[in-house]
Design a protein around this ligand. Structure first.
Ligand SMILES: [Fe+2]
Length: 183
């Protein structure tokens, strides 16, 4: 699957602008992590890009979310490894995370939400001036961006990254596409 094919399928299945931005942010972080680990940036990026492609199709039903997504990804030509990462990123299925790609997608996904929320509480609502240490501070604030699952973000330790490095890398990756994110 090429990135263009992934984008075309997203355009056909996703209307919500924020969901699209979330998927783009996840793509950017996955590409950066692939570079960090010497993995296939295109494959990892596309996995991040399409991981929530079924969110609207499933109406947000967590019992179905990511099952359909994994099937759609396979239809688009995703490898079994990519499809597995998409399938198991939804914890509701209780499917164990096995590969590095599985674990990376699972912790990159909620990091995007934390970073977006940290940018939006700034006076300028922009990513440019946001520092990793501020995101870390927000990470520790229990009542802040509660949807960004801290436990899941902390799973970066399972891919061999300290939280500080993970946040820094994720933030830099999202700054690189700030315009696309409207931030
Ligand atoms: Fe997601």
């Amino acid at each position: 699957m090429t990135r263009e094919e992934a984008i075309n399928s997203i355009k056909a299945n996703v209307e919500n602008e924020n969901l699209l931005k979330h998927m783009l942010a996840t793509e950017a972080i996955m590409q950066a992590l692939a570079r960090r680990f010497g993995k296939d940036g295109e494959e990892w990026g596309i996995t991040g890009l399409i991981h929530d492609i079924d969110m609207e199709l499933t109406g947000g039903d967590m019992a179905e979310h990511s099952k359909l997504g994994a099937d759609l990804a396979r239809e688009l030509g995703a490898s079994e490894e990519m499809a597995h990462a998409i399938l198991c990123h939804n914890e509701a299925h209780g499917i164990p995370l096995e590969t590095k790609l599985d674990k990376t997608l699972a912790c990159a996904d909620p990091l995007t939400g934390l970073i977006v929320a940290a940018a939006l509480v700034r006076p300028d609502k922009k990513l440019a001036g946001l520092e990793a240490k501020s995101v870390k501070k927000r990470f520790k604030e229990k009542g802040f961006a509660t949807g960004a699952d801290r436990q899941q973000i902390s799973m970066c330790s399972e891919i061999g990254l300290e939280l500080d490095e993970f946040i820094k890398l994720g933030l830099e990756a999202m700054k690189g596409i700030a315009d696309d994110l409207g931030l």
